[in-house]
Design a protein around this ligand. Structure first.
Ligand SMILES: [Zn+2]
Length: 241
């Protein structure tokens, strides 16, 4: 499903000030009232018939290259981190403007710039996973299967690392989403047994009752996976015979 430019009237200007260089600039965002969902996929990717707000999730200062998810972009930054961005990002940056309407390709470029920023700042595995997953979605929209799979694999590795090593809040309901996502990403990569393990963990999780949507997604995808696994086994057996 390819996607080009949508209506400019779906967008509005939002004001930002860069915490690295002090530059004040405006960058486009999607009006909430303009959002029209076409299709929601089971790894949380959403196709829009309006402008996609996912394309605009990252803000990039055209002046210095500082680039992060909007919430992080607006947050205060320590002196040490500021030094790292100046030294490793801004010193290599030539003026580039990602503040206007974006398509899939510009969304990819600006997310790669954010990835470079987050790597320099040694961001959490979850944050890197979130970026990899979005990049996988963008390549899916472009029907670039090899690139999509590459980023899905990196997203999966980052989320597993995050799940195993990063402490989350005890009551964090997001944990359920992460466990489910580990199942779905494994399924998409054809790791059916591993996927089934994570879907089972989701359905049996102590907070599963709090998020019915995720629980029902996990059940559906578990069934899909079991069927795919059976077919794969049958194919392997017939090839071996
Ligand atoms: Zn800046």
């Amino acid at each position: 499903m390819k996607k080009g430019f949508c209506a400019l009237s779906d967008l509005f200007d939002r004001q930002y000030t860069c915490n690295i260089c002090g530059n004040a600039f405006v960058s486009k965002q999607v009006k909430t009232s303009a959002l029209r969902i076409k299709l929601r996929e089971r790894d949380f990717h959403t196709y829009y018939s309006s402008e996609s707000p996912i394309y605009y999730g990252v803000i990039c200062c055209p002046n210095c290259g500082y680039s992060k998810f909007e919430k992080d972009f607006k947050a205060q930054i320590s002196g040490t981190d500021m030094g790292l961005v100046k030294q490793l990002i801004s010193s290599n940056w030539r003026y580039q403007n990602y503040c206007d309407q974006r398509d899939t390709n510009t969304a990819i470029r600006v997310h790669l710039i954010a990835l470079a920023n987050y790597k320099v700042l040694k961001a959490s595995a979850y944050t890197l996973g979130k970026l990899y997953l979005r990049l996988a979605w963008f390549y899916r929209e472009l029907e670039s299967n090899a690139e999509e799979l590459k980023y899905l694999k990196w997203a999966l590795e980052a989320f597993v690392q995050g799940y195993e090593t990063e402490k989350r809040d005890e009551n964090d309901e997001k944990e359920l989403e992460i466990i489910y996502l580990l199942g779905e990403l494994n399924r998409r990569m054809g790791n059916y047994q591993e996927a089934i393990k994570w879907f089972s963990n989701t359905v049996n999780h102590e907070f599963a009752y709090k998020n019915r949507m995720i629980k029902s997604y996990a059940k559906d995808q578990w069934t899909l996976c079991t069927e795919a696994y059976k077919i794969e086994k049958m194919k392997n057996n017939s090839q071996g015979a």
